[in-house]
Design a protein around this ligand. Structure first.
Ligand SMILES: Nc1ncnc2c1ncn2[C@@H]1O[C@H](COP(=O)(O)OP(=O)(O)OP(=O)(O)O)[C@@H](O)[C@H]1O
Ligand SMILES: [Mg+2]
Length: 363
């Protein structure tokens, strides 16, 4: 089982050297596939909360609970992060064990298909260590129920044998911390959500924060970028650090190939144009969504399924990746009858709302 190395600590333990000998055969849990493995991503990701930009309230509150847990010598309470993709849920989850001086193991919701997939993670968790479950909204009910006693009482019940030989064994776990991350907090059942005493919602970043992230990453990567080019890229980053970094990497390549390697406003604008990213940072998929809503559904209201099917897109992707930012910048509203475009949407796409029916779509 792979463990994340800890900053400043030489920890080579592989699997729970604790006294909890399990009667079960341990299977090796799969590593989360959603984790980016690129070296560049790893070196760019902040390792401590102090190195993270923005999210000041969350950082301050987490610092308090981390300090308190360290002082008491206890495991940190379970933590749940939710919010759209690329805003720092995994970055926080990776920083916490570094702050605590402990280890972290990674699991992902879709790979935990049955309780037996979860058991090795739980039995291998060492005292005060972190178990991170990404996309936790995707664990099936049976696995979720198994987590309840593990989280609350640090105990799991296992049935061994079959028929009249079946026996239930209660197995004590070392007190550990579960960190869950989800892009869909609404899909988490209330009993699971309530078992996380610490819950934080990550919101989009503002322009100065995105600019700071761009400048810090440019420095790490030794990219030369003008101040106003950083402003321009920040504006086109959809409020999302991951997108900001990806766009910086694209513009760096563009600058190296088409210019003298330095990122000026002109280079940044040309590179964005070539990648089909508009002046608000919206990409092709965002615009296709808005075009469909306006041209096919007359600006709405329209159900997300109908819009997704018309676009030939996956409903999940639309709900998780496209809609949150459009809602945030008031290009979309949600009503009980469905999604609706706003006057800003018509304006941005250059469509005259006049001839379309359904006048109550405008705000
Ligand atoms: N607060 C921050 N300060 C600086 N960089 C950040 C911050 N948050 C995120 N990043 C950068 O953005 C990248 C994406 O963040 P992260 O992987 O934590 O997002 P996520 O919320 O886990 O997304 P997903 O839902 O897709 O898993 C990180 O690799 C990191 O480099
Ligand atoms: Mg993540």
């Amino acid at each position: 089982m792979s463990r994340e190395p800890i900053i400043g600590e030489n920890n080579s333990s592989q699997s729970g050297g604790d006294s909890n000998a399990t009667p079960l055969q341990k299977s090796s849990p799969k590593k989360a596939t959603s984790e980016p493995q690129m070296d560049e991503d790893r070196s760019l990701r902040p390792k401590l909360m102090d190195e993270m930009v923005g999210q000041a309230d969350i950082k301050a509150q987490l610092q308090i609970v981390v300090d308190a847990a360290k002082r008491r010598g206890e495991a940190l309470s379970h933590v749940l992060f939710d919010g759209p993709p690329g805003l720092g849920k995994t970055t926080f989850a990776r920083a916490i064990p570094n702050e605590l001086g402990t280890t972290i193991e990674f699991a992902s919701g879709p790979s935990l298909k049955a309780p037996k997939d979860l058991v090795p993670y739980l039995t291998n968790a060492q005292e005060k260590s972190i178990l991170f479950i990404d996309e936790i909204h995707r664990i099936p009910k049976a696995v979720e129920e198994y987590l309840y006693t593990a989280m609350e009482d640090f105990r799991i019940d296992m049935v061994l044998g079959e028929g009249i030989n079946a026996r239930t064994y209660s197995y004590r776990l070392s007190p550990f911390t579960l960190i869950g991350a989800t892009t869909r907090a609404g899909m988490l059942s209330a009993p699971l959500r309530d078992r996380f005493p610490i819950r934080h919602h990550l919101d989009f970043y503002d322009l100065p924060e995105l600019k700071e992230i761009l400048l810090r990453n440019a420095k790490k990567l030794q990219i030369e970028i003008d101040d106003d080019a950083a402003d321009e890229l920040a504006r086109r980053s959809r409020g999302t650090p991951r997108i900001a970094i990806n766009r910086l990497l694209w513009v760096r390549d563009y600058a190296e190939s088409k210019a003298d390697g330095k990122i000026s406003v002109q280079v940044a604008t040309d590179a964005m144009k070539m990648a089909d990213i508009d002046n608000l940072g919206l990409d092709k998929q965002d615009r296709q969504y808005l075009e469909t809503l306006i041209r096919v559904f007359g600006g709405g209201p329209a159900g997300v399924e109908a819009i997704s099917h018309t676009m030939n897109g996956a409903v999940d992707t639309i709900e998780e990746e496209v809609e949150p930012y459009l809602l945030r910048i008031n290009m979309l509203v949600r009503t009980p009858r469905g999604r609706k475009a706003t006057s800003k949407t018509f304006e941005h796409l250059g469509v005259d709302p006049g001839p379309l029916e359904n006048p109550d779509r405008l705000f």
